[in-house]
Design a protein around this ligand. Structure first.
Ligand SMILES: Nc1ncnc2c1ncn2[C@@H]1O[C@H](COP(=O)(O)OP(=O)(O)OP(=O)(O)O)[C@@H](O)[C@H]1O
Ligand SMILES: [Mg+2]
Length: 361
């Protein structure tokens, strides 16, 4: 997949700008606060229908303007694809090749992207939320079924949690099984897709990690909880676990088991990286995971995603920067940094200087 042009109108600090990207490495550079991340955010938004940084689209609209518009002209293996997003204060409209899409799931997969910022470098050392988010964003882009199951699961989970706060215990106990049956149906899909994803990811992560550490370290990733059997069997197992935790859930007022609490196990040299690895080691492992994610997209969709590296280079040491550039040579990349020369080492690229929401060449 390639993004050829990106139009930004009243988006964040951009009034009206057109970016033209090359097929290889594109470097957006400029001082702090000029709009580099904003541009990266627009690309991610057109791929996923969501922003990484915010919950409310309203913040995407340039202050003082009524609406924002982002358009990408891209190409995937089926041909040209144009994605347009019009963002208003209380609604938004997204079109794919001119047709309005009814739900976000229909946007996923037209252009895939892997987004990588310093936050993702903390993927291993941060809490399980980040690792679940990594899986959710990644799997959703290649599996609409996963995305839909996740949305439904989260909705039922919210309702279940509200119910758990009700003081009428007999009403709660009567109603819980009804919610749980639905919840477990979607949970089973989530659990199975995550297991498939991690199984595919693991050998690549191991290989990248070995490359990044010159073969000195061994990385293993696996789901922290093993679920056996078919989707129905997984749903049944989960239902039993939920039942066993009724008392605890009632006491705490929220649901304590289920895929919204599951995690990934990350082992470096056979030892739990979350507990024992150094900061540098966890960063390298996170980099290996993200690079594997790029490969998985290629395997699942037949083509590389667009890689967005927002401010990542400054967080890596020199050998890792060089290795990263080597690993992404075949992938269209949008990279942001403050000083292009310090991260590129003469690599061929399309340099775009950003100043105060404008392209200055
Ligand atoms: N809705 C908005 N309307 C107008 N300006 C906005 C809006 N949202 C953000 N900005 C401005 O965008 C700028 C930040 O842009 P961005 O995060 O892209 O910077 P950056 O170039 O990535 O900087 P850094 O190098 O520090 O990461 C800030 O000056 C901020 O005030
Ligand atoms: Mg930035």
């Amino acid at each position: 997949m390639k993004i050829k042009k990106l139009f930004l109108q009243n988006f964040r600090n951009y009034e009206n700008e057109i970016f033209t990207f090359s097929e290889g490495l594109n470097v957006l550079f400029g001082k702090n606060g000029q709009g580099k991340t904003n541009c990266a955010e627009a690309v991610f938004y057109l791929c996923t229908g969501a922003s990484l940084r915010i919950r409310h689209d309203k913040q995407l609209i340039r202050i003082g303007a009524e609406s924002a518009r982002i358009v990408a002209e891209a190409e995937n293996r089926y041909g040209n694809v144009t994605i347009e997003a019009d963002i208003y204060e209380n609604k938004r409209e997204i079109r794919v090749n001119g047709s309005k899409i009814a739900k976000n799931a229909d946007l996923m997969g037209h252009i895939n992207s892997v987004f990588f910022s310093p936050g993702e470098l903390r993927l291993i050392q941060d809490g399980p939320d980040e690792r679940r988010r990594f899986m959710n964003i990644s799997i959703s882009q290649t599996s609409p079924a996963y995305y839909t199951a996740l949305l439904r699961y989260n909705k039922i989970l919210d309702q279940r949690n509200t119910l758990l706060k009700n003081r009428d215990v007999s009403l709660v106990l009567d109603t819980l099984p009804v919610w749980d049956e639905q919840l477990c149906k979607y949970a089973a899909i989530i659990v199975q897709k995550r297991a498939e994803f991690v199984e595919k990811l693991a050998p690549h992560a191991k290989e990248f990690h070995s490359f990044l550490t010159d073969g000195k370290e061994d990385l293993v990733i696996k789901p922290d909880r093993k679920y056996e059997g078919s989707a129905e069997e997984i749903a049944k197992t989960l239902q039993r676990r939920l039942e066993n935790n009724y008392e605890k859930d009632l006491r705490l007022g929220f649901t304590t088991v289920g895929p919204h609490r599951d995690d990934l196990d990350v082992l470096i040299g056979g030892v739990d990286a979350k507990a024992y690895a150094s900061q540098g080691q966890t960063r390298t492992a996170a980099l290996a995971l993200k690079l594997s994610e790029v490969q998985i997209f290629k395997i699942l969709s037949g083509e590389y995603p667009i890689l967005v590296l927002d401010d990542v280079m400054s967080e890596l040491d020199l050998p890792r920067r060089k290795k990263l550039l080597k690993c992404i040579a075949d992938v269209q990349t949008i990279l942001t940094c403050t000083h292009a020369e310090r991260v590129l080492y003469g690599a061929e690229c399309n340099k775009i200087r950003i100043e105060d929401g404008k392209i200055k060449n």
